[in-house]
Design a protein around this ligand. Structure first.
Ligand code: PLP
Length: 388
């Protein structure tokens, strides 16, 4: 099987599992306990936090461990907006882009439904990019928060985050970015990016599902969304997932080390793959930005097919990928991301996303490109047969 669905999830890396193992077995303590086992767990958690802070170029106190990317997004969007509104009731608007993951989108809609906020959606261009001019067009004195993702999970388009964050900062508005897909592929130094908050998820990087983090810049007001025993300095209650934090720190360190060379290698393979797919299916439409895209994502529409049928044909040929985001799988509605890019609904239904991790090889991708040609031809033949 050739697994080309790394944007949905990745296997846990051996080094990550090895680093986690002691905290799942012998050193299983609760970091809040005042005995040796507890202290060992607290020390491991502190070490993981220091390692993460090193990779993200931030302070240890600016790292909040969460149970994944969705929770980090919820904490950022709800936590920052509500804390700002509590300090100044006039702050009752949040800005998100038209291509955000549901974790951001639904958090913003929750603020609208239950806390009187208005959600301003900044449009994207046909490649999925938010321009600083478009963002400037929706900022208001009442804007409590801007949340714009670093890289899109369906089409891979990368946003000019540093420029967008700078613009928000110039207006005195905190800026959050969902870096769940970008982490491991794009520079994630929080100071260089100039962001106030950034979400990361472990399972996209070779750590397990259910561990993630939110970077929150010091002095950014943050209302917790999970209340309880006050762990994570009161910002996220619940007994800490020590092994998960250790795994995430290890995965981030490994990702940080490999970034530059792997990025170039995988980007070159992606470009070759795109070329091969278009050579095999001349009317295939590459979605997203032609160059400002994740090295790991190639997404297409194959007009005249159905994305789901192409997926089935591909799987029969040993290639596993998806029709867009895993969250939307099984839904008949056209992808809101593609719709936001201006792709007509009937074409959006034909979307297929191929996403790679750093172990991808040219051989695999050449095989996959040949499978795409055969799969699309197979679906079209079937369609023609039905038409007769
Ligand atoms: N944000 C983006 C851009 C994602 O792609 C995902 C997962 O697909 C998430 C957030 C949610 O992360 P998690 O699966 O860790 O909850």
């Amino acid at each position: 099987m050739i697994f080309l669905d790394a944007a949905a999830t990745t296997p846990v890396r051996r080094e990550v599992l090895d680093a986690m193992w002691p905290y799942l077995t012998g050193s299983f303590g609760n970091p809040s306990s005042h005995h040796t086992l507890g202290e060992a767990a607290a020390a491991a958690l502190a070490e993981a936090r220091a390692a993460v802070a090193g990779v993200l170029g931030c302070r240890q106190g600016e790292v909040v461990f969460t149970a994944g990317g969705t929770e980090a997004d919820n904490l950022a969007v709800k936590g920052i907006a509500l804390a700002r509104q509590a300090a100044d009731p006039r702050l009752d608007r949040v800005v998100i882009s038209a291509v955000e993951h549901p974790a951001v989108q639904e958090s913003a809609r929750y603020l609208e439904r239950f806390h009187g906020f208005t959600v301003d959606v900044v449009p994207v261009d046909g490649t999925g990019r938010v321009t600083p001019a478009a963002l400037a067009g929706v900022l208001r004195p009442e804007t409590a928060l801007v949340s714009i993702m670093y890289a899109n999970n369906e089409v891979g388009t990368v946003q000019p985050i540093a420029a967008l964050a700078e613009l928000a900062r110039a207006h005195g508005i905190p800026f959050h970015t969902d870096a769940v897909q970008a982490a491991g592929w794009l520079p994630f130094d929080t100071r260089a990016l100039g962001v106030d908050a950034m979400s990361i998820s472990g399972h996209k990087l070779g750590a397990p599902k259910g561990c993630g983090l939110l970077f929150v810049r010091s002095r950014t007001r943050l209302e917790p969304v999970i209340h309880g025993g006050g762990q994570e300095r009161g910002r996220r209650s619940g007994t800490e997932n020590v092994a998960g934090a250790v795994g995430l720190a290890t995965a981030l360190r490994l990702a940080g080390e490999r970034q530059e060379d792997q990025r170039e290698r995988v980007a070159a393979l992606r470009d070759r793959f795109i070329h091969e797919v278009v050579a095999g299916v001349p009317d295939a439409v590459l979605t997203g930005h032609p160059s400002e895209r994740l090295p790991s994502v190639a997404s297409f529409c194959f007009p005249g097919t159905s994305g789901e049928s192409v997926l089935l044909e591909l799987e029969r040929r040993g290639v596993v990928c998806s029709s867009g985001s895993a969250c939307a799988a099984g839904s008949d509605a056209p992808s809101p991301v593609l719709t936001a890019l201006g792709v007509p609904a009937e074409v959006a239904q034909t979307a297929v996303r191929f996403s790679f991790d750093s172990s991808v090889s040219q051989e695999d991708l050449d095989h996959a490109a040949a499978a795409v040609r055969a799969a699309v031809a197979g679906v079209r033949n079937l369609g023609a047969g039905h038409g007769r």
